[in-house]
Design a protein around this ligand. Structure first.
Ligand code: EPU
Length: 417
């Protein structure tokens, strides 16, 4: 268990390099088991979610070579084993082994995945999709046994443009017989990255990044080297740190188009922000103005940025509003922010945040990954020292968080307890 101690400092400055995208990497690694040769993925972030996927790969019998930011996976000898419950429960993305193992071996047994407790997060669309491709799903308690004699392409309509369901169905369909069409597919950049990885191996996928993805099944996937895209949520997190706590911050290795709505909101708040190719420079010079944010699937304002934005709103003049449309439990950070002096009103899936409020460091708890990021920003703008309990959540998704903040001049301690 970890705690993170941060001393308030609104005069940070420097450069931060954005790591590979967590939500891409956690899909690419299970996808690698579909490859009939050895495959290498670069720009892998050093985070605990990746460590946990590596353990599952090794448990299944894959040969894995990992250096700091690179992983080479040879899955030719993996076995048809049930994934242990304690491994599945460690992270959400363990469920990408459902689609990948089904696509590879036509069989998978595992329990309901873990992940941040930000809502019920059902997997009904994944399971219905597998059934459309010809699989039989048997559920007993929270255990799933999914088997198929043969997977046959079909037309699948997703009631919700779910990232997870889109990934899982792409994985199951890539080696299925015939053509699969996923309608109302998720359009997130991580889906496009997955499609380009699979296509690099010889898959035939078109339409990723639009609402219709068409997959023509192939028999064989060959070796490739693929680089993970930069993490847009990590980039957005540092931009918000820049907007509230940095004299000058250069955020490097960003794809600005992936952050379009986040950048627009920061500009609306009056942030000084300059984009130059894959670099964004931001500073806390301007007085921030209140804004309203409604979360939506890509390209809308990301739910993963909402909690961090809520902290930024405490530093903006006037009343800001957040409406969370994806998850029913993504406001737990507001209780922690209130302990630090924030003034907020919560009403179901809507919150009002009143600024400008001086925050004061105290003992708080990260209840999920992005809540943790929201508390890091709060700690940096607060007077005094903040102790964030449950920092393990933060380590699931932010590479080298301590070192990156220290490079900007922050006083940070990461303590294992
Ligand atoms: N949904 C269903 N049924 C399903 C699947 C989803 O009703 O079968 C609903 C969910 O309950 C939710 C909505 O659809 O209301 C969207 O969920 P989605 O499936 O898109 O989310 P996810 O795949 O579980 C990924 C990211 C999340 C991110 C969401 C939305 C990964 C591993 N996780 O989750 O990331 O919030 O997409 O963009 O890619 C994070 O990084 O902190 C994080 C939680």
């Amino acid at each position: 268990m970890y705690i993170l101690k941060l001393k308030g400092n609104k005069n940070l400055s420097g450069t931060v390099r954005i790591s590979g995208a967590k939500n891409s990497a956690v899909a690419l690694i299970p996808a690698a088991i579909l490859c009939d040769e050895e495959v290498t993925i670069t720009n892998i972030p050093k985070i605990s979610d990746i460590d946990n996927l590596e353990k599952i790969l090794k448990y299944l019998g894959a040969k894995v070579k990992r250096t700091a930011n690179e992983i080479t996976i040879d899955s030719r000898n993996i076995e048809n084993k049930q994934i242990p419950d304690n491994a599945s429960k460690l992270l959400r993305a363990s469920y990408y082994f459902m689609g990948a193992m089904l696509g590879r071996n036509k069989k998978i047994e595992m329990c309901f995945p873990g992940g941040c407790t930000i809502g019920a997060r059902p997997i009904d669309l994944h399971l219905k999709g597998f059934e459309s491709l010809g699989a039989k799903v048997v559920q007993k308690d929270n255990k799933y046994s999914i088997k198929a004699k043969e997977l046959i392409g079909n037309k699948i309509f997703l009631d919700v443009a779910s990232v997870g369901a889109t990934v899982n169905l792409m994985l199951a369909a890539v080696k299925a017989k015939g053509i699969t069409i996923i309608e109302n597919a998720a359009k997130e950049p991580e889906i496009v990255d997955l499609a380009s990885f699979l296509n690099d191996m010889g898959a035939k996928i078109i339409g990723a990044g639009t609402k219709t993805i068409k997959i023509k099944g192939v028999d064989y996937l060959h070796s490739c080297i693929h680089e993970v895209i930069p993490d847009r949520i990590e980039a957005g997190t540092y931009l918000m740190i820049g907007a509230a706590a940095c004299k000058n911050l250069v955020v490097k290795n960003v794809i600005p188009e992936h952050l379009d709505t986040v950048i627009k909101k920061l500009v609306e708040m009056g942030s000084d922000l300059e984009i130059d190719g894959d670099e964004i420079t931001i500073s806390n010079k301007a007085k921030l103005k209140s804004v309203n944010v409604v979360t939506a699937v890509y390209p809308g304002f990301p739910t993963d940025m909402q909690q961090i934005m809520a902290t930024l709103m405490t530093q903006a003049d006037g009343t800001s509003r957040v409406e969370e449309t994806l998850y029913e439990n993504r406001f737990l950070n507001l209780y922690q922010l209130s302990k630090m002096g924030a003034s907020v009103k919560l009403d179901g899936n809507k919150a009002e945040i009143y600024g400008v409020r001086e925050l004061t460091g105290c003992d708080v708890s990260a209840t999920d990954l992005r809540a943790g990021a929201s508390l890091i920003l709060a700690a940096l703008v607060a007077n005094g020292t903040t102790t964030i309990n449950g920092a393990d959540y933060i380590l699931r998704g932010y590479e080298d968080i301590k070192e990156k903040l220290e490079n900007l001049g922050a006083k940070v301690e990461l303590i294992e307890i």
